[in-house]
Design a protein around this ligand. Structure first.
Ligand code: GN1
Ligand code: MG
Length: 360
């Protein structure tokens, strides 16, 4: 790894390199430097089977981080290197390097920060404000961003992938999962409404983060939000992506891959806090239709994730990292249980959103 690190213009000398975090896609390492007055770094191997256009990927990230950095500077914000990611260039001025096999990138490690796998209501309120703010900051981005994974949160496309996986039955697992396939089918028309509304010109796409899992937000030592990380999927999407995917992870009382389905329920307290925070910062740009469809977004993400995990299970586990043979099936079941719990709270969610009178 020293060889790849030497391709980036870092300060200081390397003391150690160790694995960091638990993402399902890229491999991440912390690079500690010996000198106390030099930063430590994060080194990442980009999964270029999934992110096939690394140049576009890094270009998007550079556009987004420099836009946010300029806004923070203009606002006189302190401690900016902890509030937006800083990527390390190579001597050629690129923010990634190729070692003949893999693509790598490096960024400054944010000191004294923490991520959480679960959050309470107070953190959820802050996270809601932060993700709404993130979308608002990017609403005047001077250039268009490409899709780093084409059709990433396109439900019609995910449905098509599932149907292809069913037809191929590559791993011979179809017969075990017919119950879930039927349940998914029943909901198809409702779940694909965003694409339909977009075609009808009623629903816009905006720049979104598209992977707003709880553990992609950094908090400082006092529990204040620092920044949003994991920017690979920042691209045009429906705002539902950020709103819905956060609640999929944060408002689940169990784990994403919980084997004990009794643990998995939708937590209304987290929903309320996050929604309140999100609407405080996003109501400046949301349309009435986007706002009306927030409860739909809450259901869409467990549904889409259920479809994606099931598709991968049928394909023989070619996309997500797995820890044991039926891991993707366990994930499918847990996401489906979460979906059912969300559905049971639909009326309650709608009633709550009506009570909010967000500040302009
Ligand atoms: C992946 O890399 P990670 O773990 O943050 C996935 C998300 C899924 C998530 C499920 C590029 O995110 O879309 O929601 O796993 N990212 C990609 O945990 O597919
Ligand atoms: Mg992550």
């Amino acid at each position: 790894m020293e060889n790849i690190i030497s391709k980036f213009q870092i300060e200081g000398t390397i003391e150690k390199v160790e694995p960091l975090g638990n993402g399902l896609i890229n491999d991440t390492y912390k690079v500690t430097t010996k000198e106390a007055n030099k930063p430590d770094y994060v080194l990442q191997r980009i999964n270029h089977h999934i992110f096939q256009d690394v140049d576009l990927l890094q270009h998007n990230i550079e556009v987004v981080t420099s836009h946010i950095r300029r806004k923070l500077e203009a606002a006189g914000t302190d401690d900016i290197d902890r509030k937006v990611l800083r990527f390390i260039p190579t001597p050629e001025g690129k923010t990634y390097a190729f070692d003949g096999e893999s693509y790598w990138r490096m960024m400054v490690f944010i000191p004294n920060a923490q991520t959480f796998e679960t959050v309470n209501a107070s953190y959820s309120y802050d996270a809601g404000k932060a993700f709404g703010h993130f979308q608002a900051m990017l609403s005047d981005l001077p250039e268009e961003l490409g899709e780093t994974i084409p059709d990433f949160h396109n439900m019609e496309f995910r449905r098509k992938q599932l149907h292809e996986a069913i037809a191929a039955d590559a791993a011979g697992r179809l017969k075990e999962v017919t119950y879930f396939i039927d349940e998914i089918e029943k909901r198809e028309t409702y779940m694909c409404q965003a694409e339909r509304l977009h075609r009808e010109g009623k629903l816009p796409k905006r720049i979104c983060h598209c992977d707003t899992k709880v553990n992609n937000m950094m908090f400082d030592e006092n529990g204040e939000v620092l920044c949003v990380i994991d920017l690979d999927t920042v691209m045009p999407s429906f705002i539902f992506s950020d709103y819905g995917d956060f609640l999929r992870t944060a408002a689940n009382t169990g784990a994403e891959d919980d084997k004990d389905l009794a643990n998995v329920e939708f937590n209304m307290e987290i929903f309320q806090a996050f929604t309140r925070g999100y609407l405080e910062s996003a109501s400046t740009f949301l349309t009435p239709l986007e706002k009306d469809l927030l409860p739909y977004a809450v259901a869409l993400f467990p549904y889409m994730q259920c479809v994606r995990f099931l598709t991968d299970y049928l394909n023989g586990d070619t996309y997500y990292k797995i820890k044991y043979p039926d891991h993707n099936l366990v994930r499918t079941k847990a996401q489906f249980k979460l979906l059912e719990s969300v559905e049971a709270h639909d009326a309650e969610m709608k009633a709550f959103i009506k009570t909010l009178n967000p500040k302009p």
